[in-house]
Design a protein around this ligand. Structure first.
Ligand SMILES: NC(=O)c1ccc[n+]([C@@H]2O[C@H](COP(=O)([O-])OP(=O)(O)OC[C@H]3O[C@@H](n4cnc5c(N)ncnc54)[C@H](OP(=O)(O)O)[C@@H]3O)[C@@H](O)[C@H]2O)c1
Length: 375
């Protein structure tokens, strides 16, 4: 079974969901009854599922950074009902990969993304087989106080507690410390080995590793008998430089799945933001640096979307899929999830891909890279 739930508390929660009140161990207060979301129809064929080590995941996952983040994403707890419907809609339409991290959630909401996912999995109203196929990919922060493998194992156990499951699908290192604390790096790697050997994670992955560092960790893990299954990196039409291309080629040669994060450029590739219509907070500051040069790319996305009867975000996500990656767009509402789900079930032509990439090259600005990204 891909997602063993904690049995005793699961039964408790199941009983509680039939009666009232609901399990309040880690959940927010009882919420209104959720509608069972509609099925949008078959969005991909079974053979389009992607192998990540022993796991088989949908060609697109959803990212949950916003679920608990007030500062950047304007999260409020009264969004939880909608997020739960968003989750249900996604799972019922075949999405079985959800990306999160132990550092997601701001201030007192630290860990909220994992907690919400845990709650939503347990309360998923669909069939058990569908729920059991859900793969949670979480990331462990390389905090400076996590200096030993045991501390990573402890972090993994805390994530399991928040998620209320017995085993994590993909345990990923959130970033490498090679740039600023190279001596800590081996503890991170041994932490991954220990989690894997203890059966706390089914597969291991990394995030924000560049090609050089990826080869090093791949070889080290291999020497310890642990396969490296995934590499998560910022990858989109706004982040498609030489490093991303090199990393993708390397992943292909090593049998590692490349997971593309921020495939919508934090929202800039949805077409809804302009220099006079910016999101609140730090994103607005970033967007006003980048958006003025994005005209060629946004026009190209818009033209292709119109010709195809698709929308701009669907084209931007589809590009990531066509490049052989598994995108994990962030979603905050049922409307966004519905729209992004329809990025599946079709493919851009090679001419359209070329058109988009030339337009992206014409745009003078790119996304800034994660400060922890290594070479
Ligand atoms: N490994 C790492 O270091 C790392 C770093 C970043 C992200 N990630 C992962 O990757 C996931 C995705 O990246 P991201 O969330 O940074 O950015 P993203 O996927 O590029 O953008 C997501 C945002 O775009 C907007 N949006 C999404 N679909 C839309 C639609 N159909 N129409 C209009 N607006 C839409 C939403 O924000 P608004 O409605 O507020 O505009 C949403 O939160 C994250 O959730 C996280 O799991 C990992």
């Amino acid at each position: 079974m891909a997602l063993p739930l904690r049995t005793s508390s699961y039964l408790h929660s199941f009983r509680a969901s039939k009666e009232t009140p609901t399990d309040t161990r880690t959940s927010p207060p009882p919420t209104k009854a959720l509608k069972f979301p509609p099925r949008l129809g078959p969005l991909f064929w079974p053979w389009e599922k992607v192998k990540i080590g022993p796991l088989s995941v949908s060609p697109m996952g959803f990212g949950t950074w916003a679920w608990g983040n007030q500062l950047l994403w304007g999260y409020e707890e009264d969004m939880n009902n909608e997020l739960q419907e968003t989750f249900n809609l996604a799972v019922d339409n075949g999405i079985n990969l959800f990306d999160t991290a132990d550092s997601y959630g701001t201030g007192r909401l630290n860990g909220q993304s994992e907690r919400l996912l845990g709650q939503f999995i347990r309360e998923f109203p669909g069939d058990k087989r569908t729920r059991d196929s859900i793969t949670i990919a979480t990331k462990f922060a390389a905090y400076p106080w996590r200096l030993t493998p045991e501390q990573f194992v402890k972090a993994c156990k805390s994530s399991l507690d928040r998620l209320q499951i017995e085993q994590i699908g993909i345990g990923q290192l959130h970033w490498s410390t090679a740039n600023y604390a190279p001596l800590q790096e081996l503890a991170l790697w041994d932490g991954l080995v220990a989690m894997y050997e203890k059966g706390l994670v089914r597969a291991v992955g990394v995030s924000n590793y560049g090609p050089k560092q990826l080869v090093k960790i791949h070889d080290y893990l291999k020497s310890r008998g642990v396969p490296l299954c995934s590499a998560q990196v910022q990858y989109s039409l706004l982040s498609m430089g030489r490093d991303q291309m090199e990393l993708k080629a390397l992943c292909d040669s090593l049998g590692i799945c490349l997971i593309s994060y921020s495939p919508l450029g934090l929202g800039m590739l949805t077409g809804k933001y302009t220099i006079s219509r910016l999101p609140r907070g730090p994103r607005g500051l970033l967007f006003c640096q980048i958006l003025p040069g994005l005209e060629p790319l946004l026009s190209s996305l818009g033209e292709i979307a119109q010709r195809r009867g698709k929308t701009i975000p669907q084209v931007a996500i589809n590009w990531c899929i066509c490049k052989g990656t598994v995108p994990i767009p962030g979603v905050k509402s049922v409307k966004q999830a519905k729209e992004n789900l329809c990025a599946l079930g079709w493919r851009l032509s090679s001419d359209e891909i070329d058109e988009l990439e030339s337009a992206a090259m014409e745009s003078p600005r790119r996304m800034i890279q994660n400060i922890f990204q290594t070479r």
